[in-house]
Write a protein that binds this ligand. Structure first.
Ligand code: F0G
Length: 463
């Protein structure tokens, strides 16, 4: 027999495939036609026409056999479903937040939190905006203020915790507008729009201390919090020997409440929730959830959905699971770097973000470089990503002008447990192919613009 040397260099998925879903390769001509019909917006493509779908990791994950088995145990009672109580138990146990209201997805929880906490004229500081989060804050009468560190807006900065809040910016805001005009500080981790960049535990503690000093509540968008916990474990001093569960629990402990899109970390196809230590907020959330979502024991979900969520929480917290998830993205990013492709540094948690400004440096921001690049990648290979730049950023509600974000990115997002390393190889080769032809690519003009969250449904034409 051999000795136990324990020198394993590679990791592999901690699961094997039991069910498969066929995907279809299309021709260049078919994709060109589909793209034109979709107004050069990857959100408007039919999923049937997509080969490798890296649009989002939201609700696109593969559930485990344990989760699917749970779906058969759905207690579809209108009130008091047993799946609701099991889910509540797990939210309490893993997130450490005692009060809980389910919602049909993340933005529904954002809606409730914003409506409950924000008054007309309030300011809500946060570590970079997220599209739906900011919109709900604005619709509730608030103004979002970005207090993330400057490095987050620089795709080339290699700062390891680009999701950190600049505490000086935060304190300046408290002093300028008065802490009574700040109902809560909104912290997300990893930060989606910055490239899936985490915050550190040290920064979180500093932010908490500052919030306490000014008597301001701290709330957490915990949508992908396990990824943040993984980065703390692997990058921050003092956390290497702690489990993901311990780090996750500690992170959540600093917040008065959390909102979650369960369609990410929890690896389900639909679901979300709000959980808090604040009993008053909970009481108001229970009042409002019956207006907008459904009874407070189902919040727009079926019993089976809540069972899959409860079981997803138990799986998301396993180290092998989260390492596989982030390992895949790391693999893709390293390959792209080998090809010399311009991506956001460091490689983030849920996606690879292509730096479209650098990629298509001959296209001005008014001609939508990231939108153009996402369309070109689809045309090349049927790989679908999404724009995260000027289109996603929208218009300033006061001036009505485009916001011009520093980051002009295309996101290639990885659903959990769905694609193999070979899919990644094909994706990287396609992006490299587009890069070789980049000089021949021309920009776009917007021909239809919806009022809210325009990136979802805007239409474009070739210039
Ligand atoms: N917060 C974050 C950080 C998100 O990434 C999302 C959704 C939400 C809240 C809203 O949750 O979709 O369940 O209503 N992000 C998806 C994405 C859509 O593709 O990044 P939801």
């Amino acid at each position: 027999m051999i000795e136990n040397k324990n020198i394993k260099k590679s990791w592999a998925e901690p699961f094997k495939i039991k069910v498969v879903e066929p995907i279809k390769m299309t021709t260049y001509e078919q994709r060109s036609k589909a793209l034109e019909e979709a107004g050069y917006n990857t959100f408007l493509l039919k999923s049937e026409d997509v080969y490798i779908d890296l649009l989002t990791d939201s609700g696109t994950n593969a559930m485990s056999d344990y989760q699917w088995a749970g779906m058969m145990l759905g207690d579809e009672a209108y009130a008091g479903s047993k799946n609701f109580y099991y889910l509540w138990d797990n939210v309490r146990k893993y997130y450490g937040q005692p009060f809980f209201v389910p919602t049909h997805q993340g933005r529904a929880a954002e809606h409730l939190v914003s409506k409950i906490l924000i008054k007309e004229g309030d300011y809500i500081p946060g570590n970079m905006y997220f599209t739906t989060t900011r919109l709900h804050q604005e619709l509730a009468g608030g103004t979002f203020v970005d207090v993330i560190i400057d490095e987050a807006h620089d795709p080339d900065s290699t700062h390891q915790f680009k999701g950190n809040i600049d505490t000086q910016k935060l304190e300046d805001l408290f002093k300028k507008v008065g802490a009574d005009k700040v109902p809560y500080v909104s912290m997300a981790g990893p930060v989606n729009m910055a490239g899936g960049q985490p915050f550190s535990m040290a920064n979180l503690k500093e932010v908490k201390t500052l919030c306490d000093k000014y008597g301001v509540a701290l709330w957490f968008d915990a949508t992908r919090a396990t990824e943040n916990a993984y980065f703390i474990k692997t990058k921050e001093e003092g956390y290497a020997d702690k489990t993901i569960q311990e780090i996750f629990f500690e992170m959540n402990s600093y917040f008065e409440g959390v909102w979650v899109s369960a369609k990410k970390d929890l690896m389900v196809n639909i679901g979300g929730f709000l959980a808090t230590k604040n009993e008053k907020v909970y009481e108001e959330a229970r009042n409002l959830v019956v207006v907008y979502e459904g009874l407070h024991t189902y919040g727009g979900l079926a019993g089976r959905d809540m069972e899959a969520m409860a079981r997803g929480i138990e799986e998301m917290i396993e180290f092998d699971n989260i390492r596989t998830r982030i390992g895949q993205i790391e693999y893709c990013g390293q390959k792209m770097l080998e090809y010399g492709l311009p991506i956001v540094n460091p490689i983030g948690g849920h996606a690879i973000f292509m730096n479209a400004r650098r990629f298509l440096d001959h296209i001005t921001q008014d001609e939508f470089p990231a939108q153009t690049l996402a369309a070109a990648i689809y045309q090349d290979s049927g790989v679908r990503g999404m724009e995260r730049g000027i289109v996603s950023s929208g218009r300033d509600p006061v001036t009505g002008k485009h916001r011009y974000p520093k980051l002009e990115l295309v996101r290639l997002t990885f659903p959990r447990r769905v694609y193999t390393q070979a899919h990644i190889d094909v994706t990287v080769e396609s992006v490299a192919n587009v890069y070789d032809q980049r000089k021949s690519i021309k920009g776009l003009k917007m021909v239809y613009e919806p009022k809210y969250l325009r990136f979802f449904q805007a239409r474009f034409e070739k210039i």
